[in-house]
Design a protein. Sequence first.
Length: 83
Amino acid sequence: MHGNPAVFSNGVFREGGPTEEELAVGSFKTYCTAYGMQEEEVVKVTCEGPEPGYVATPRMIVAFAMTVLHHRDQIPFEGGVMV
């Protein structure tokens, strides 16, 4: 399977990853709902962006790192792993 991903996935996956054209047309949209401690505390968010695997992921990681760097005093986190 590892040596011939195209054969075992009917061409969906192949060695070398997606082409530039596939990356250009890829995108994602996700809907999230967060509930607070009180019943009226509800936030609904739609997040959408470019191809999620190769294009959006590095952008999200940098945005998260910059948020932690610049707003650490506002993040109520005592220790452990933040992911």
